[in-house]
Design a protein around this ligand. Structure first.
Ligand code: ADP
Length: 243
């Protein structure tokens, strides 16, 4: 369903991704772990061409993009297949929760407003915000704002949702409610790629854990493989440091 082949990316002289190969099957929840600076976020952003890879092939469904030169319309089509949940939520401050969720549907997808509102309400209910439809981001907690971000991603009915450290901007007491929502959607069989530092969550929710370091995938496997029986010294070191 998603296939990455030989993805390379440098910023100036610094190589950040050194030729990443990764396949994700439909319905899989892939969690990407690794030290800060290992290229996790850059990889995620390459998947929807928020960063253009210097080299490599990205295939989602039957669409294939290569290297840094695909045109706007091709990238637009690729983005229709994905949705991203950002660290900093990226909500429109002057729009309500419902308007934020409707925005992508009406503007990008051309869905009529009344249909978009129906979908928006359904998705906000799904993330436990059915009673906050008309609140502005400033009237919501960080955890609630991120749940709006998740509802917005779900509303687009994407083939894959990309989560970029979805809880790292939250106060510790708000992390749980967001992880709980993600866990619930994961159970519905939506394909997800999640960059996170929440190890307990990774262990629970992942069908596969990918460990990255220095712009490379060092090893990957089931949560048990990675957490109980890591094969690579770098993985062991990382797990020792963070647990
Ligand atoms: P991670 O998500 O694993 O912490 P990132 O993908 O965010 O790693 O970053 C990997 C490296 O790429 C870091 O050294 C970071 O400073 C650098 N980097 C990321 N984005 C940019 C950018 N837009 N311009 C220059 N350097 C960047």
């Amino acid at each position: 369903m998603i296939q990455l082949e030989g993805i390379r990316k440098s910023f100036g002289k610094q190589q950040v991704l050194g030729g990443i190969n990764l396949t994700v099957q439909k319905g899989e929840v892939v969690v990407i772990l690794g030290p800060s600076g290992s290229g996790k976020t850059t990889l995620l952003r390459c998947i929807n061409y928020l960063e253009r890879p210097d080299q490599g092939v990205i295939q989602i469904g039957n669409q294939k993009l290569e290297g840094k030169h695909p045109g706007r319309s091709e990238i637009h089509r690729l983005r229709q297949r994905t949705a991203m949940v950002f660290q900093q939520y990226n909500l429109f401050k002057h729009k309500t929760a419902l308007e934020n969720v409707m925005e992508g549907l009406t503007i990008v997808r051309g869905v009529p407003r009344d249909t978009a509102a129906e979908i928006g309400i359904e998705m906000l209910e799904k993330v436990g915000l059915g009673d906050r439809l008309h609140y502005y981001p400033s009237q919501l907690s960080g955890g609630q704002q991120q749940r709006v971000g998740i509802a917005r991603a779900l509303a687009l009915n994407p083939e894959v949702i990309l989560f970029d450290e979805p809880t790292s901007a939250l106060d510790p007491e708000l992390v749980g409610e967001v992880l709980e929502v993600i866990r619930r959607i994961a159970e519905e069989g939506i394909t997800m790629i999640i960059v996170t530092h929440e190890m307990g969550f990774a262990r629970d929710v992942a069908s596969r854990v990918v460990f990255m370091d220095g712009g490379a995938i060092i090893e990957q496997g089931t949560p048990d493989d990675i957490f109980q029986r890591p094969r690579e010294e770098r993985t062991r070191q990382f797990l020792r440091r963070i647990t």
